[in-house]
Design a protein. Structure first.
Length: 103
């Protein structure tokens, strides 16, 4: 299983422009219908969880070697989803901090 954020395209090409709320919700619905668990709809993307097969089949992304993180262009098989999303990002697993801090 992998957890990722799928970035939804903004209405314009400006880097600071947020995607339309309806597009965010539609992307979340399509991802859920494709077998992903939707954890959250954020400001710029949808946080999802799924197995490697779902990522490959639905988004065209190989997550099998994502232990160090991954940012990849999505290549969705679903036409409407390909219009809505552009990037899949899997954050690197956090490393534990084993030193005690006195406060």
């Amino acid at each position: 299983m992998a957890i990722a954020t799928v970035r939804v395209r903004a209405a314009t090409n400006a880097d600071d422009d947020r995607p339309d709320k309806a597009d965010m919700e539609r992307a979340a619905t399509l991802l859920q219908e494709s077998g992903f668990k939707v954890h959250r709809i954020g400001r710029f993307g949808v946080n999802i969880e799924g197995d490697a097969g779902a990522f490959q089949r639905t988004l065209g992304v190989d997550v099998s070697k994502s232990e160090n993180g991954l940012v990849e262009t999505a290549r969705p098989s679903h036409h409407e989803l390909s219009r809505l999303i552009d990037t899949v990002e899997i954050a690197q697993a956090p490393t534990g901090f084993d030193k005690t801090i006195d406060v």
